[in-house]
Design a protein around this ligand. Structure first.
Ligand code: FES
Length: 602
């Protein structure tokens, strides 16, 4: 029915391009033709209203309509250059015979948005999904950058399942201060410790502010934004080399132009995210996450993306892959270099080529070629930055999964950033009931704490905080900093920034506010951490733990109404990806023909 209708309309309008294609090809009908390909009242109305923007009739002559889903915002410095990137994408779309239409979604700026962007990742994913479903789009170019904007777009695109290509915004230029290279959050965090310890002057500290962020683009270390850009590329959702080109590098705009051209072809070929983000691609992405020493946040996001595709990714998959994947990227916070160095050393394609024997190189990608073909000609130009597989930077993957009576559903630690002397540690708990309690007491000179203590933060998880903020990098008490302590074992149900480092256990599940065992840890309890054995135990008898849990009473919810209430009612735990329970899976229904939804104003 649809083919006959398209043919009829094409014939009526004397459009040989459409007629030829409709007659001879197996090409699926473009979705946008439901809006623009008819001569009835609604077809005319849809074209007429869009022509208000100054488009000629030519744009409706069978061109695939390509949405440019832009998370640009002046409130999000990491994505502040994406209007320019969008223009480059448009060039590519026009060149390839498509019709580009840019549209905004909410943007999640990690630095300014409170209490945490994680509270809003699912909201952005819903925004993306519903825009893709509701508008006449045949394909979409996803423009992202800052931490949560990448997974939110991938989740939304996975659920909407129309052809999609991602163009990450790239890292900002490296920080430079008094001859020293600075990596976004990692070095600011380190320097703040030096200020508190009295080893850095006010003048130097002020200078850091003007030197650390020298351009638009996301953070310069292998934090969450860099990790998620690498994961998008490893999933096959970007053109090769998209993850690490600096934001201000002219080659990023050229890549955006090429991406614009490619999404037009993908729309014609009807290559959808579900055909690319398969289980094999997800396992490739986990392996890459391990090899780059990626952010712990990637685990949550990958589980959520997989959930949208109906694929279960248990935490054990991460641990299994971690054990057989060496860390090759010598990049902060685990290593020495920055994302710019990674790019100039050959970038992600060079790293992936190095681990090709343990990747599924047949996984399909947006290029239309298998991953193995995409990386076949990659070369490494700096073996200090990207280590050979035979001489890895670290022998095992960056992130590992812990289990034990303190984390029955799992916990996460970035072992590549752990102090070796603390990888196996028993210490007494110093407990903070919530983040406010932590901030009020951690620097109290009377706090009973020493370098062997284990700092414990409760009520910082998905429901407890709420939104699971990056509070897991508990500050070391100032009195210990002054004594020269630079790392301690720290535990929480929060997340940490990808720029964090140290012996920090996060994502403890179930979280304390829903009655996970973390809720009943008391000051002075012994805690046993063994990263090699993947163990996290509260050394308290099981009868006593049960007794304490029976006495547990949850706190009142943080929100009574609005989006916050929706979040609290539906958010899943960390090991389930923190998606909403009702968002898992794909949209079963493609958008029905728009004439079923006439606009009464026409
Ligand atoms: Fe946006 Fe770091 S603040 S990536």
């Amino acid at each position: 029915m649809r083919r006959r209708e398209t043919w009829r309309v094409a014939a009526h309008r004397g459009r040989p391009d459409i007629m030829k294609r409709t007659r001879r090809s197996q090409t699926p009908a473009l979705r946008s033709r439901e809006w623009f390909g008819k001569d009835d009242r609604w077809g005319v109305a849809h074209r007429a209203w869009l022509r208000a923007e100054g488009f000629s009739e030519k744009v409706f002559q069978g061109k695939p309509v390509i949405g440019i889903c832009n998370s640009w915002s002046e409130l999000n410095n990491c994505n502040a250059h994406l209007r320019q990137v969008a223009e480059a994408v448009k060039r590519g779309v026009w060149e390839a015979g498509g019709f580009p239409l840019e549209f905004p979604t909410i943007s999640l700026g990690e630095m300014l948005m409170k209490p945490t962007t994680m509270l809003y990742r699912n909201l952005m994913a819903m925004d993306v999904e519903e825009c893709l479903r509701a508008y006449p789009l045949d394909g979409v170019a996803l423009l992202c950058g800052c931490d949560k904007t990448t997974p939110a777009q991938l989740m939304g695109a996975a659920s909407a399942d129309i052809p999609a290509i991602m163009i990450p915004g790239g890292p900002m230029l490296r920080g430079m201060c008094r001859g020293e290279e600075l990596g976004s959050g990692t070095d600011v965090r380190r320097m703040w410790q030096e200020v508190k310890a009295g080893r850095m002057s006010e003048e130097e500290w002020c200078e850091v502010e003007s030197c650390v962020s020298r351009s638009a683009g996301h953070c310069t270390v292998m934090g969450t934004a860099s990790t998620m850009a690498c994961i998008a590329e490893a999933l096959g959702m970007t053109l090769p080399g998209a993850a690490d080109l600096p934001a201000s590098d002219s080659r990023r705009l050229a890549l955006a132009e090429r991406s614009g051209a490619r999404i037009v072809e993908m729309a014609r070929e009807d290559i959808r995210p579900s055909a690319i983000m398969t289980r094999r691609a997800l396992e490739n992405a986990i392996r890459v996450d391990m090899a780059i020493g990626g952010s712990t946040n990637a685990i949550i996001h990958l589980i959520a993306i997989a959930g949208r595709l109906g694929i279960s990714l248990p935490l054990e998959a991460f641990d299994r892959i971690s054990r057989s994947t060496p860390v090759l990227a010598n990049i902060r916070p685990s290593g020495k270099f920055l994302m710019e160095d990674f790019c100039y050393a050959g970038g992600l394609p060079a790293l992936m080529k190095e681990i090709a024997p343990i990747l599924d190189t047949k996984a399909p990608t947006v290029t239309g070629k298998a991953m193995g073909e995409n990386i076949a000609r990659a070369e490494c130009y700096n073996r200090e930055v990207i280590k050979p597989r035979g001489e890895p930077f670290k022998p095992e993957g960056g992130t590992v999964i812990l289990r034990g009576n303190l984390a029955p559903a799992g916990a996460v630690i970035k072992q590549s950033a752990v102090s070796p002397e603390l990888a196996r540690h028993k210490g007494r708990a110093v407990v903070f009931e919530n983040n406010r309690d932590l901030l009020e007491r951690v620097d109290d000179p009377k706090l009973a704490v020493d370098e062997s203590s284990v700092l414990v933060l409760k009520n910082a998880g998905p429901k407890g905080a709420p939104g699971m903020p990056e509070w897991g990098h508990l500050p070391i008490p100032t009195k210990l900093l002054k004594a020269g302590v630079r790392d301690m074992v720290r535990l929480s149900d929060a997340r940490i920034s990808g720029t964090s480092y140290g012996t920090i256990v996060v994502h403890i599940a179930p979280e304390s506010s829903v009655g996970g065992p973390l809720a009943v840890v008391r000051n002075g309890d012994w805690i046993d951490l063994d990263v090699t054995e993947r163990r996290l135990e509260l050394l308290v008898g099981s009868a006593e733990i049960k007794k304490r849990l029976r006495a547990f009473r949850p706190a009142a919810p943080h929100y009574e109404r609005g989006y916050g209430r929706l979040f609290l009612d539906h958010v899943l735990q960390a090991h389930e990806g923190c998606d909403f329970d009702f968002l898992r899976g794909r949209s079963a229904d493609r958008m029905p023909p728009p004439e079923r939804f006439p606009n009464p104003s026409v």
